[in-house]
Write a protein that binds this ligand. Structure first.
Ligand code: PGA
Length: 237
């Protein structure tokens, strides 16, 4: 299997190692690097390390991974607004291919698909993994050739999302499909905590199955797993 594993001892180490891997992946490319960034609790130390960096981060274009559907554009819980506050504005990232939560869903999906059909370039996809193996909002059952689309969160994912905000979030979402994720020249898969140990192991050592969407990574080029000891608990030593 063609992936590297970077084991991290604590949050600070995780942030520093993720930052290094990220900077290496975007360095020296032609043009503005295209970068998919995730939300969630997992990437927080990575974003902190990017902000704390004494060396300026190479500018990149942010590509949105997923978004709640049907909320006003200024709603604080929108993923793009969360990332704007947490990392994009602090880093001065102005080029953004973000989704419009309030737009007509069909035309918004068409716009996203047209963008990917035209550019066909993702330099780095930074992804988290859900406890059920989702990546973005590609929930179990998502086809490996799925494209950007409107979808619905599983109950488990929806409840996890409600906890971020202490309010009920929309169940309907926009997500990039696995087809767009597969465009990535490098994929950095981030995982922290014991609660991710089983699914991380299944995704890489289990059967490649749409029931575990992240298992598409078994056939993906240049995958780097950046994880703490707890999340790597079931990996062979
Ligand atoms: P988390 O979410 O980083 O908050 O665990 C990851 C995910 O569900 O993709």
């Amino acid at each position: 299997m063609a992936y590297n594993i970077i084991e991290c001892s604590n949050e600070v180490d995780f942030g520093a190692k993720a930052r290094l891997a990220f900077c290496k992946a975007i360095r020296g490319l032609n043009g503005l690097p295209n970068v998919i960034l995730p939300t969630g609790n997992t990437p927080a130390p990575f974003f902190q390390a990017l902000k704390d960096s004494k060396v300026p981060i190479t500018p990149f274009q942010y590509l949105q991974l997923d978004e709640y559907l049907g909320l006003p554009e200024d709603d604080e819980i929108l993923f793009k607004n969360w990332l704007d506050r947490d990392v994009l504005s602090p880093l001065g990232i102005t080029h953004r291919m973000a989704f419009n939560s309030a737009a007509d869903p069909a035309s918004e999906i068409q716009r996203i698909r047209d963008w990917y059909n035209h550019f066909r370039r993702v330099d780095v996809a930074v992804l988290g993994i859900g406890k059920n193996g989702h990546v973005g909002f590609n929930e179990p059952g998502s086809a490996f050739n799925s494209r950007a689309r409107v979808a619905e969160m599983s109950d488990e994912t929806w409840e996890a999302n409600n906890k971020y905000w202490d309010r009920e979030v929309p169940k309907k979402i926009i997500t990039l499909g696995i087809t767009e994720l597969k465009l990535a020249s490098t994929t950095l898969l981030l995982a922290r905590g014991e609660e991710k140990a089983d699914i991380l192991y299944e995704a890489f050592y289990g059967e490649m199955t749409t029931e575990i969407p992240a298992s598409y990574l078994q056939l993906q080029r240049n995958v780097v797993i950046i994880a703490d000891k707890n999340a790597l608990g079931r990996f062979p030593k």
